[in-house]
Each structure stands twice: as structure tokens, then as C-alpha cells.
Design a protein around this ligand. Structure first.
Ligand SMILES: C[S@@+](CC[C@H](N)C(=O)[O-])C[C@H]1O[C@@H](n2cnc3c(N)ncnc32)[C@H](O)[C@@H]1O
Length: 354
């Protein structure tokens, strides 16, 4: 029943993007000198990368650098044919002598097959937690600095036991940050920029790089969701769009609306931020973003790259490489398919500190 995977990796992703995540893991593992292979089913919301030492591979693939993974876990065991009358005993057996872990997360993939397992995951967590505490596998209270234990049910009788390192994994169950739509936000897109700032910047960067009274441009701003997010951080925003902004945004004094072409407009003086949500060919967007950073028109940027229909991993890499090359200066670049992204990825870029 216990199928040790010699500790491969288990990564979650947006359902439908398993081929992209599998390609990414395969390519990154190979460049880091690892063999192994990806195993997945289309629409399952997860990819297993096995045939490697998962802990070493996890160290070679920094969490921050992964684009299509929502979560990165080191597999301890895959348990198939679990008896619904006692799923705990085989888990306790695998975990005997391991730990203590700082937290237990019982999860399921974010997919059509995975979502109905949410009730099982909840009730099972309530049963497993005291059993593991009693066995000394789980700390008596939550210890955020210790590794987390994950149980991921992919079916009622089929689960993975896995581990994540805080700081080298997403700090949210299922790898999904739960953001609530604010009643005052002009559009749902606001959630995308909020998530980008949460996921692509660390706490120190959010504090240092998003200061009140900084100046930003928002290219393709209408109806104003991203502008509204920046404004709530205290920034002054020049919103570029031929379409209308929600009128009340302009009454607050920190926002100027310019009806102009976002691919042609340039700021009269250097800005702290430029964000861009224009729906366009990824290479065209990448080229314009590179111009902004090369010319020093902004210090940092968040922008979206739409994904093509095919070869989405390869094409996204080409667009990012061409962006980096055309920017012509050292940049910090992080790209991720966010929970609120659909057929796109979101990129954070800033000039690298000297
Ligand atoms: C997805 S919407 C932006 C939503 C916005 N980020 C928000 O949070 O409300 C894309 C916007 O890009 C604008 N757009 C597309 N091409 C543009 C261009 N060349 N110049 C300026 N705006 C453009 C469109 O008018 C549209 O309002």
C-alpha cells in the first residue's frame, strides 16, 4: 500500500496547466543536473516529479523561481488503496520517527476531481492532528518555523504525504492566497495586482518598495482596479487608457487620467513604478516593458504576459528572455501564474541592486 517515491516533488498548479508545469520542472531539473520524470493527468491540478531525491531537487529549484507551480512539496510517500475505515494507521506508520512538524495541512488539488474532497480533508485533519500530536510527529502547538506536513488527497483512497519548508513554499493551504474582493474596488482585476504584490514581493520589499507619495504609471488602467490598489498604498498614479476610469477615482486627488496609447506614452520624469495590464501580444508587451526599465523610466514594474495557445512554457520563457536581453541591465525578474491569472502569467521586475 505504501509506495515510497524516493521522495520526488509534488507541485500544485492551475487545472489545465499540468503540461506547462511538467515541462518547467523537467527543464529546470535537467539544467540543475537531475534526471527524473514528470507524471501528471491533464486537469488534475498537480504534477509529481519522481525518480529523484526530492529534497535535493527542491533545494535546486528555489520556490521563488517557479512560474507554473502554486506549491512545492517534497514527497514522503504515496499511499494508494487506503481503507476508508482507517486511513490514519498507514500514515502513522510512514511517519513514525519523523518530525516534529510545525503544522499539518490536509489538502486536495484545486481541480474538478479534487474539490469534492474538501469535506474529507477537513474532517480527516481533525482526526489526524491529535493522533500525530500524541505520536510526537506534530508539535503540540503550531510552530511556523518548522517544516509543515501535507496530506494531499487525490481520491478518497489515494493520498500523498509530503513536506514543505517555510520560506521555500507557498504559505497558504493549496498554495492559494485567499483574497477578498473589496466592495470599493473598481474591478476584479484589483485582486490580481494585490496577489502579485503579495506573491512576487517579500514582506521587506513590500515595505521598502511601496511607500506613500511614490509615483506610478498604470498602462491599460480602465476601469481602474490596479490604479485603486496603488492608490490604497498611498501612491500617486498616472492612469493611461483610452477607456473611462471609474469617475470617483479622479476625485481623490492622487490620480491623473490620460487618454493615450500605453505603447507610446513615456513619463516626463522617472517613476518608482509602472504596472501594465494591456491585453496584447506577449512579445510586444515584453519589448515595451524592457524599454521602460532600460531607459530608467521606472525602477520596478508588474506586468502581465498573455500565454499563447500552444507551447506555453517555452513561449513564456522566450518572452522573459527577450525582455531581460532588451532591458540591457541586470534585473530581478520573478514570474508566476497567479491564482487570479487565467491564460497569462504575471511578472515582477526591478533593477538589480548593485
Ligand atoms: C484588462 S483591462 C485592464 C483592467 C485594469 N487593470 C483594472 O484593474 O481595472 C485592459 C485595458 O487595457 C486598455 N488598453 C489596451 N490597449 C491599450 C493601449 N494601446 N493603450 C492604452 N490602453 C490600452 C484597454 O482599453 C483596457 O481598458
Amino acid at each position: 500500500m505504501v509506495d515510497p517515491l524516493s521522495a520526488g516533488l509534488l507541485c500544485y498548479c492551475r487545472a489545465g496547466f499540468e503540461p506547462e508545469l511538467a515541462a518547467e520542472l523537467g527543464e529546470r531539473a535537467a539544467s540543475a543536473g537531475f534526471g527524473g520524470h514528470a507524471r501528471t493527468d491533464r486537469g488534475s491540478g498537480y504534477v509529481v516529479f519522481s525518480g529523484v531525491d526530492g529534497a535535493s531537487l527542491a533545494r535546486a529549484l528555489p520556490w521563488r523561481e517557479l512560474t507554473f507551480a502554486r506549491q512545492k512539496l517534497v514527497v514522503l510517500a504515496e499511499l494508494r488503496g487506503l481503507d476508508p475505515r482507517d486511513r490514519i494507521a498507514p500514515m502513522r506508520e510512514v511517519l513514525s520517527g519523523i518530525g516534529p512538524f510545525g503544522a499539518l495541512w490536509v489538502e486536495h488539488p484545486d481541480s474538478d476531481a479534487g474539490k469534492p474532497l474538501a469535506g474529507l480533508a477537513r474532517s480527516f485533519a481533525n482526526a489526524l492532528r491529535p493522533a500525530l500530536r500524541k505520536a510526537g510527529v506534530l508539535a503540540a502547538t503550531e510552530e511556523p518555523a518548522l517544516p509543515r506536513l501535507h496530506v494531499c488527497f487525490v481520491a478518497g483512497d489515494h493520498a500523498f504525504l509530503a513536506v514543505s519548508e517555510p520560506g521555500e513554499s507557498a504559505p497558504w493551504p493549496l498554495g492559494i492566497p485567499r483574497l477578498r474582493m473589496h466592495a470599493d474596488a473598481p474591478s476584479r482585476s484589483a485582486l490580481k495586482l494585490e496577489e502579485a504584490l503579495l506573491v512576487l514581493l517579500d514582506a521587506d520589499e513590500r515595505q521598502r518598495l511601496l511607500q506613500p507619495a511614490m509615483h506610478a504609471a498604470d498602462l491599460g488602467a480602465a476601469p481602474g482596479g490596479w490604479t485603486w490598489v496603488l492608490m490604497r498604498h498611498g501612491l500617486h498614479v498616472t492612469a493611461i487608457d483610452n477607456g473611462p476610469l471609474r469617475p470617483d477615482l479622479l476625485e481623490r486627488g492622487r490620480i491623473a487620467h490620460l487618454r493615450a496609447d500605453g505603447f507610446a506614452w513615456q513619463p516626463p520624469r522617472p517613476l518608482d513604478w509602472m504596472v501594465c495590464d494591456m491585453v496584447e501580444q506577449p512579445r510586444r508587451v515584453a519589448e515595451r516593458m524592457a524599454t521602460w526599465l532600460r531607459e530608467g523610466w521606472c525602477r520596478q514594474s508588474v506586468f502581465n504576459l498573455k500565454l499563447p495557445m500552444k507551447k506555453r512554457w517555452q513561449e513564456s520563457q522566450l518572452a522573459l528572455r527577450s525582455f531581460a536581453a532588451q532591458a540591457g541591465r541586470p534585473l530581478v525578474i520573478r514570474a508566476r501564474q497567479l491564482y487570479h491569472d487565467r491564460e497569462e502569467i504575471t511578472v515582477f521586475a526591478r533593477s538589480a541592486p548593485p
